[in-house]
Write a protein of this length. Structure first.
Length: 285
């Protein structure tokens, strides 16, 4: 069997295995609950808060900020799901002895790791894109707002998922499945908080505090990609309406991501995957 065929087979098996795990049902329940609650909330906003009396610009501003808030909830659900999928997919099979039976054959460990990573990427990205599109449709139906760059926003949310599952895969090669999920989600939350702190520092003109957010977004890219997605979801006039103080608002982004940052994201994923492969090669099965 060629390496490419091995990778494709492992990816398909990983995708099938992920679809059977209980975490999928948890993701589905949480996502449906978020869609239902946000749909009810947006409909109540339109019916009871005088939303219809606002100017078109004001209405778009309010809707876009609330959409960013809801999408953060979706990104958190995706983070929980992918982090706790990546760990058991590799570390769980190692502990149970399944990996030993597979790798006893003439199959490269790097091919197995790449196949599992690709399977998780398809699963996580597909979930985020479908759930995010459903959320955009809910907002459009209830309040008539459609984000200016939905494709770019959903692609960045998918990239955020890929970053987190790659990190989770690396962690699963050195610690237990549960611990790898906890650490990955903890780092996700810590990076977001650091980004909020950096935004406050930027609004106050404190370069030292602002640098906290900048450094955190370079070390772990989840918050940087999230801010790029927010910018694509929000109304173009949103940041101008808030002024310089808008940088302190956690659900507002002042600029789109640069090509340099996107290139760094690709390099970061490749580097972390390489570290995971090196760790997996040295791991005793």
């Amino acid at each position: 069997m060629t390496t490419a065929r091995t990778v494709a087979t492992i990816a398909a098996l990983t995708l099938r295995e992920a679809s059977r795990r209980r975490v999928l049902w948890a993701l589905a329940v949480l996502t449906v609950a978020l869609l239902v609650l946000s749909g009810w909330g947006f409909s109540r906003l339109a019916a009871e808060s005088g939303f219809g009396t606002l100017t078109s610009g004001q209405a778009r501003l309010v809707a876009s900020q609330l959409l960013n808030l809801v999408m953060f909830g979706l990104s958190l659900i995706a983070a929980l799901g992918t982090a706790f999928l990546a760990g058991p997919t590799l570390s769980g099979e190692t502990e149970s002895g399944i990996a030993l039976s597979v790798l006893a054959r003439p199959v490269r460990r790097s091919a197995v790791l790449l196949g599992k990573w690709l399977g998780l990427v398809v699963f996580g990205s597909g979930f985020v894109v479908l759930a995010g599109l459903a959320q955009c449709l809910v907002v459009w139906v209830t309040v008539g707002y459609w984000p200016p760059q939905p494709a770019a926003a959903l692609a960045l949310l998918a990239a955020q998922t890929i970053v987190l599952l790659t990190l989770g895969l690396l962690l699963s090669t050195v610690i237990s499945p549960m611990a790898s999920g906890v650490v990955a989600v903890g780092l996700f939350g810590a990076t977001w908080i650091a980004g909020v702190v950096g935004g406050v520092g930027e609004a106050l003109g404190n370069e030292g505090v602002a640098r906290v957010g900048t450094v955190s977004r370079m070390l772990l890219l989840t918050d940087g990609l999230w801010r790029g997605a927010m910018h694509a979801f929000q109304d173009p006039s949103a940041f101008a309406s808030f002024g310089p103080e808008g940088a302190a608002f956690p659900f507002l982004s002042d600029a789109s991501l640069t090509p340099t940052y996107l290139a760094w994201a690709a390099v970061w994923v490749a580097m972390v995957w390489g570290l995971a492969a090196a760790s997996f090669l040295r791991k005793d099965l």
